[in-house]
Design a protein around this ligand. Structure first.
Ligand code: NG1
Length: 374
């Protein structure tokens, strides 16, 4: 039987938070921590998965166009990928036996769930000789993840699939477009895990989806305020009314107004970050983004705020929460010469001197997911 190894990295988002499902741009990079699946092809349509993480039970399913979700089972990300590919292929697909291992912290805003989905999809594709162009694969993977019930955007899957080693990416949506972005020469990117779990299955999912709905309701209010009709995303409003602030000001005070203000100004910050000519400017935009995520989008936590404060006070150029929020990680950018001082301050002041390299680490911009035949 043919054997493969598939690899899918996590990602950290530099700037552009909660913009993707509003079809507005993001700027993530793939990190040098990843999920690996050792894959052995099977002759039938079953998938059997083991996981080397302690306390993770084996899981299995049959590939079809309609795979039932199993409540609270980590294998749902593999089910999501397999169901989507089965529909796409329009013919019965073969399964595989797989062993999943990972050095990517889970439930911490580094997209371990999307990495598992992408790795599982690559496994199904490898054993069935399916080849798909990267952007089409990213679109399929983003759609596939909605199987688990998050009304997410397409940033994670696209960053995991399309990233290029040594570069971050600016991702635009609908149509999906990826532009490699060189980071400033003399900076490093630090990830600091707040250790507050942002579980996608529980309260964080409800809060995430509440914001997706809030943006939709907010868009209706904006359209009324401006007396226009436009497409179904905040992006469509921004295109129709580039000078959107006066209309935000007309909205009733409340979450919808705050959510719209965050998303629209965040999109402007991504464009500014893409055009930024210095590390200071990029750092400044990251800091503004955190303030907006915390005060308007209300997705920060006291722990993330503390990491951000300590990082900035110890010399970082920029520091912000990354990913969905409600816990998880912060991303910090610092000059290489300042990195030891920032790491030291975070270790002492946030981790009580006990930080391990699993919770506080620098990341290198890495390449996207791939397969090797054994
Ligand atoms: P994470 O951090 O992986 O939960 C989520 C969404 C992204 C994006 C960010 C916020 C999924 C799979 N991921 O990321 O699409 O909306 O939040 O910017 O839903």
């Amino acid at each position: 039987m043919r054997k493969f190894r598939v690899y899918a990295p996590g990602r950290v988002n530099l700037i552009g938070e909660h913009t993707d499902y509003n079809m507005l741009p993001v700027m993530p990079l793939a990190v040098d921590k990843r999920i690996t699946i050792e894959v052995e092809a099977r002759d039938d349509n079953k998938v059997r998965l083991a996981n080397t993480a302690v306390g993770t039970a084996d899981t299995s399913f049959v590939i079809s166009d309609n795979i039932p979700v199993v409540q609270r089972d980590w294998g749902n990300y593999a089910r999501a990928a397999s169901q989507a590919l089965s529909k796409w292929a329009g013919k019965p697909l073969k399964g595989f036996n797989g062993t999943v291992s990972s050095n990517l912290p889970s439930a911490s805003g580094l997209s371990s769930s999307s990495a598992l989905l992408v790795a599982s999809a690559l496994a199904v594709m490898a054993v069935n000789d399916i080849h798909m162009e990267g952007l089409a694969f990213a679109d399929l993977a983003a759609d596939a993840e909605r199987y688990v019930g998050t009304k997410g955007g397409g940033m994670d899957q696209c960053a995991i699939i399309m990233s290029r080693e040594g570069y971050a990416s600016k991702i635009d949506f609908d149509p999906l477009k990826v532009t490699p972005v060189r980071l400033p020469e003399d900076v490093d990117i630090i990830v600091a895990n707040s250790m507050v779990k942002a579980e996608k299955s529980g309260a964080a999912k409800r809060e995430y989806n509440r914001r997706v709905e809030g943006c939709r309701k907010g868009l209706d209010m904006l359209k009324k305020a401006a007396g226009i009709d436009c497409g179904p995303y905040l992006r469509d409003f921004k295109v129709a009314v580039p000078d959107y602030m006066p209309y935000i000001a007309k909205m009733p005070v409340g979450d919808e107004r705050d959510f719209c203000e965050h998303v629209l100004t965040e999109a402007d910050r991504v464009e500014a970050a893409f055009a930024a000519s210095s590390a200071e400017e990029l750092g400044y935009l990251m800091n503004l983004s955190h303030e907006s995520c915390a005060n308007l989008y209300k997705i920060s936590t006291p722990e993330l705020d503390k990491i951000v404060r300590v990082a900035r006070e110890s010399g970082a150029l920029g520091a912000r929460l990354t990913g969905a929020g409600f816990g998880g990680c912060a991303v910090v950018m610092a000059r290489k010469s300042d990195v030891p001082g920032v790491l030291d301050a975070l270790n002492k002041e946030y981790y009580g001197g006990n930080a391990t390299e699993n919770v506080l680490f620098t990341v290198r911009p890495s390449g996207g997911a791939h397969v090797k035949e054994e």
